[in-house]
Design a protein around this ligand. Sequence first.
Ligand SMILES: C[S@@+](CC[C@H](N)C(=O)[O-])C[C@H]1O[C@@H](n2cnc3c(N)ncnc32)[C@H](O)[C@@H]1O
Length: 198
Amino acid sequence: MPFKHYHADGTLCYIEIRSVMIMKDILLEYNPKLIIELGTYLGGFVRYILDWRGTITNDEMFRPKIYTWDFVNMLSDDNRKIFREKGVIIVTEDLFDNSILLKYLLSLPVKKFLFVDNGCKEHELHLYSACLNPGDLMGIHDVGTEVILDRVKGPLAQFDEHPVSVKKLRHTKNDGGCYTRIYERKNWIGKSKPPEVI
Ligand SMILES: C[S@@+](CC[C@H](N)C(=O)[O-])C[C@H]1O[C@@H](n2cnc3c(N)ncnc32)[C@H](O)[C@@H]1O
């Protein structure tokens, strides 16, 4: 399976290219103010986000802020420098540690995209997804391989699958495959209530 490919600058990206391109369309339309990636690895996906972010506006103030999490920093010197120059916040922390910073960021009242692409995605979905606000988007990678949807029914009950995800990310057998799904946090209605953040 073509799970990985190289960004034009040579950085290995551990996400299949078709999923990346569909996420681009969704993100450019949604225009989040905050993008949070769980699982930086070599920084491949962040390199793409920086490309797209550059097309939104030249004004740094109006560009989405990017955070990326990993428990080790494996970035090349070049990528570390580029991330620093472009204001990407690199957080080196074990996501098993019930991160207060992450919960705080996820609960902020701004449009967000959370991308779950770290080592134990089902666990992080249980820990963190409920902190997102209604309307926020969440991408999950490795669906069907590492993330078995039946096992994350609980956290996903508060989400609807994004229409573009249903249409494009599920039907790609002839295009090299997609292992990503995008979800949108539902409104807090009925008995559901805002999550406790800390
Ligand atoms: C598949 S890679 C991410 C690929 C990356 N998003 C890209 O664009 O190429 C998964 C990453 O999750 C990190 N990871 C695994 N378990 C973690 C944990 N408990 N906390 C933080 N990061 C973790 C690994 O170190 C690894 O770099």
